[in-house]
Design a protein around this ligand. Structure first.
Ligand code: LLP
Length: 418
């Protein structure tokens, strides 16, 4: 069921009243449901129960240490893209380091070294040059580097152009047609161990066919690699399963089942250990951004609702024209009139909006509204633009609400300046 619902006319998360949270911790405030996150991880784990598999949560979606700990303790692995994310995993749940895959097109020497020393599961290598660097660092440290090539399957996935990655026109991965040759070069290497093949075609993908098509291409490659003498033990199918940002369906179980069915069709009797890298699907709908109305003003015939959250707190609408549902925290009566308004932040940019011409029940100064489905790529994409302090974060676990990150202070912001 949905993590944010009305109870006695007030929006709650589990058993926790959002109005009270706002009073206690101030706004803007990110609120996450631990139950929802664990439920979704469980759906993934169960969907692939029949085969060896690990869900490597994509840390970039929401990298709060408390959330990483929750997932790590529940058996998740992690997909990281920087040394910084590796340190977060280490802090959150050390045993999960051996379930880490390291993706990204521009890995640096220091990051590779830390990951080699930490004994991560494997590197998802995105270029021939990176493979050379990985071999050199492994030799320098006297370690064997387990790797997969992230192949670019040239599959089109319908999504926003900024988050589509699986076409040869994108910077990601190695053309699948080149992969076999590059793998071959590592057969005799003492420092490189080709243990897998990985693929990731993009994010917020709403149909499952592209995932299946990409995986089929990957498995054809795996068969060739085995013929060449590689011991391929892992197939990493990436992340990217989309969610419904509208008011529509919320049937996470059905969505995962459909996704799993498509992947299973491609996998058939493939014996390799399956890795998946979902980010958004696990955390997006588990989170909301709670914000207070500062001003309601009219300019000409437009009404602007100005909130204390801005594009620096949640940039998805500005950056991708993403749709987020926005609801008043005090439930409007069923007969309450709605009028189209622009819900905008206080930042000095016309692009600082959460919704345009959105029908919203009448709100006034000091009312609270919740921007829904903000658990993924919300806080992680936030900034201090306009010298604004970033929000605090709350994790709701059953009846408990726990502050997992305090609000930034002016002192935090000024600290690095000389
Ligand atoms: N694996 C790799 C290699 C990735 O690059 C990504 C996301 C994921 C997994 C997780 O994808 P997900 O399951 O979350 O779709 N900021 C954008 C999304 C950027 C996604 C980047 N890569 C947004 O807010 O929509």
């Amino acid at each position: 069921s949905r993590p944010f619902v009305y109870q006695k006319r007030r929006l709650v998360c589990g058993e926790v009243d959002l109005t009270q949270l706002a009073e206690e911790y101030g706004t803007p405030l990110y609120v996450y449901s631990a139950d929802q996150i664990l439920y979704r991880l469980g759906l993934f784990q169960e969907a692939f129960w029949g085969r060896p598999s690990t869900i490597c949560y994509a840390v970039k979606a929401n990298s709060s240490i408390a959330i990483l700990r929750l997932l790590g303790e529940a058996g998740a692995g992690f997909d990281i893209v920087s040394g910084g994310e590796l340190e977060r995993v280490r802090k959150a749940h050390k045993p999960a380091l051996k379930r880490v895959v390291f993706s990204g097109v521009g890995k640096q020497v220091e990051e590779i070294d830390v990951a080699l020393k930490a004994g991560i599961l494997m590197f998802n290598v995105e270029s021939e040059a990176e493979l050379g660097l990985l071999a050199a660092r492994a030799e320098a440290l006297g370690k064997t580097a387990r790797f997969a090539l992230r192949v670019n399957p040239d599959v089109f996935a319908e999504t926003h152009p900024y988050i589509s990655t699986g076409l040869s026109a994108h910077k990601f991965g190695i053309a699948i047609t080149e992969a076999r040759r590059i793998y071959k070069k590592t057969l005799k290497s003492k420092w490189l161990d080709a243990v897998g093949v990985s693929v990731h075609i993009g994010s917020q993908i709403r149909s499952v066919e592209p995932f299946q098509a990409a995986l089929e291409r990957v498995l054809a490659l795996v068969a060739e690699l085995r013929k060449d003498g590689h011991d391929i033990q892992y197939v990493d199918a990436g992340g990217g399963l989309g969610i419904d940002y509208g008011t529509g369906s919320f049937d996470a179980a059905a969505q995962v089942a459909k996704y799993a069915k498509a992947l299973e069709k491609a996998l058939a009797d493939e014996p390799a250990h399956l890795l998946l890298e979902p980010g958004r699907f696990l955390v997006a709908q588990a989170g909301a951004l709670l914000t207070k109305v500062l001003v309601v003003k009219k300019n000409g015939d437009k009404t602007f609702v100005i909130t204390d959250a801005g594009m620096n707190d949640l940039i998805r609408p500005s950056l991708y024209q993403a749709h987020h549902e926005i609801v008043p925290v005090r439930q409007p009566s069923a007969s309450a009139a709605t009028a189209p308004v622009d819900i905008v932040g206080p930042v000095c940019e016309s692009g600082d909006f959460f919704a345009r011409d959105r029908k919203l029940a009448k709100v006034k100064e000091s009312d609270l509204v919740a921007i829904l489905d903000a658990g993924a790529y919300g806080m992680t994409l936030s900034s201090n633009y306009n010298t604004r302090m970033r929000p605090a974060e709350i994790l709701v676990e059953g009846p408990e609400a726990r502050l997992i990150r305090r609000r930034e202070t002016m002192r935090d912001l000024l600290a690095p300046e000389l």
